[in-house]
Design a protein around this ligand. Structure first.
Ligand code: PGA
Length: 246
């Protein structure tokens, strides 16, 4: 049996609820048309702004669609103005949550410790955490990738059941830049991550993944999926990711 390939679109701060509904409406149709071209082991979903979760859930007709929030708070409830708990995002329609994206780590002071705490709570509440990590350009150029990634992965998954998460290796220098890590380099890091975590853990690659390069990336033995920003915003492009551009 072939292993699962998990492809998640990360919309970041894009799409109003109305635009989210329009996207999912189109995706329903495109999925039905292209289903025969999508391998059975391909699982997929969208990481959306929190207010888009309920409209996505309502509009979706695709069985098994992963609906992910892009952050959550580790407390169940309380005086945390502006925050959302796992129960709140789940109630809105999420079955997954992206945690520790580099933009949240860099701009909103997200730490690996808080990512691990959130992941543990997400799992307790039946959500799939997608835990992101990756090195900066400076660290990459100084050949510190493995050292940096090891620390981030170990700290971000402390006390976390690895059979219930997706890991997402995203070199920061490849995000939104059009520069993709070569399939060989991405494979090397993902293989290393597997060696320090669990043989069966799902490991995605992210960073300028698009229809033109997804097949080569997914053919690597240790890359089990993709976290895709820019190329996930358009439904036609998103479907091409799922068909591996066929
Ligand atoms: P990108 O973003 O595909 O636009 O490079 C990936 C991500 O940040 O998850």
């Amino acid at each position: 049996m072939s292993k699962d390939i998990v492809i998640i679109g990360n919309w970041k701060m894009n799409k109003t609820p109305e635009e989210a509904e329009a996207f999912i409406g189109k995706l329903n149709l495109l999925y039905a048309e292209n289903k025969a071209k999508i391998l059975e082991n391909v699982k997929f979903g969208i990481g959306a702004p929190a207010v888009d979760l309920a409209p996505i859930k309502k509009t979706n007709e695709i069985e098994g669609l992963i609906i992910a929030a892009q952050n959550m708070h580790e407390k169940e409830s309380g005086a945390f103005t502006g925050e959302l708990s796992s129960k709140i995002i789940k109630g809105a329609g999420a079955n997954a949550v992206i945690l520790g994206h580099s933009e949240r780590r860099a701009m909103f002071n997200e730490t690996s410790e808080s990512v691990a705490a959130k992941a543990r709570v997400a799992i307790e509440n039946g959500l799939l955490p997608i835990i992101a990590f990756g090195e900066t350009l400076e660290e990459y150029e100084a050949k510190k990738t493995k050292r940096v990634v090891k620390k981030m992965v170990q700290e971000s998954t402390r006390g976390v059941d690895l059979s219930k998460v997706v890991l997402a290796y995203e070199p920061i220098w490849a995000i939104g830049t059009g520069k993709t890590a070569s399939a060989k380099d991405a494979q090397n890091v993902c293989k290393y991550v597997r060696s320090i975590t669990d043989e069966n853990v799902v490991i995605q690659y992210g960073g300028s993944v698009k229809p033109e390069n997804i097949a080569e990336l997914m053919s690597q033995p240790d890359i089990d999926g993709a976290l895709v920003g820019g190329a996930s915003l358009d439904a036609t492009s998103f479907i091409k990711l799922l068909t591996m551009n066929k």
